[in-house]
Ligand binder design. Structure first.
Ligand code: RTP
Ligand code: MG
Length: 153
């Protein structure tokens, strides 16, 4: 079995406004991942610019920062074997139109700008830990056993 790891996930402002937090949390629970942190919050401009810093020179950067700061988000940390890659495969492609049915963006996303969810990038090693550190203090991440641990990822 692959190594257990933690990964960062966030329901974006469009997902919160459309009442999709529960649906998205359920998908990860159903998949056998373990929730170790969760926070309903607003992102300020500084945090948004740091979080999406890799896109600072892209033409869509300003719009992306405005969108992600436009309303509350639900930030989460999920744990499991190979969790970053597992979560990204459940999320789908950046553009919902390119995302297969059955993926979160394929089923729930509207367009490139309103794609309901962010997840750490498995093709950018270390992005999961970097993003977890950016959004959560250590004491906000909860170590615990789930009763069905042996059956989970
Ligand atoms: P995210 O970081 O939000 O999870 O999305 P991602 O990895 O699938 O995509 P990424 O390349 O990191 O882009 C971040 C967000 O920027 C918006 N975007 N707009 N050409 C465009 O207009 C464009 N390209 C990307 C998307 O909302 C994407 O989620
Ligand atoms: Mg990304």
């Amino acid at each position: 079995m692959s190594e257990r790891e933690r990964t960062f996930v966030m329901v974006k402002p469009d997902g919160v406004q459309r009442g999709l937090i529960g649906e998205i949390v359920s998908r990860f629970e159903d998949r056998g991942l373990k929730l170790v942190g969760g926070k309903f919050m607003r992102i300020d401009r500084d945090l948004a610019e740091e979080h999406y810093g890799e896109h600072a020179d892209k033409p869509f950067f300003e719009g992306l920062v405005e969108f992600i700061t436009s309303g509350p988000v639900f930030a989460m940390v999920w744990e499991g074997a190979d969790a970053t890659r597992q979560v990204r495969s459940m999320v789908g492609e950046t553009d919902p139109a390119e995302s297969p049915a059955g993926t979160i963006r394929g089923d729930l996303g509207l367009d490139l700008g309103r794609n309901v969810i962010h997840a750490s990038d498995h093709e950018d090693p270390g992005s999961n830990e970097r993003e977890i550190d950016l959004f959560f203090d250590d004491e906000e991440l909860i170590d615990y056993d789930r009763v069905d641990e042996g059956w989970l990822y």
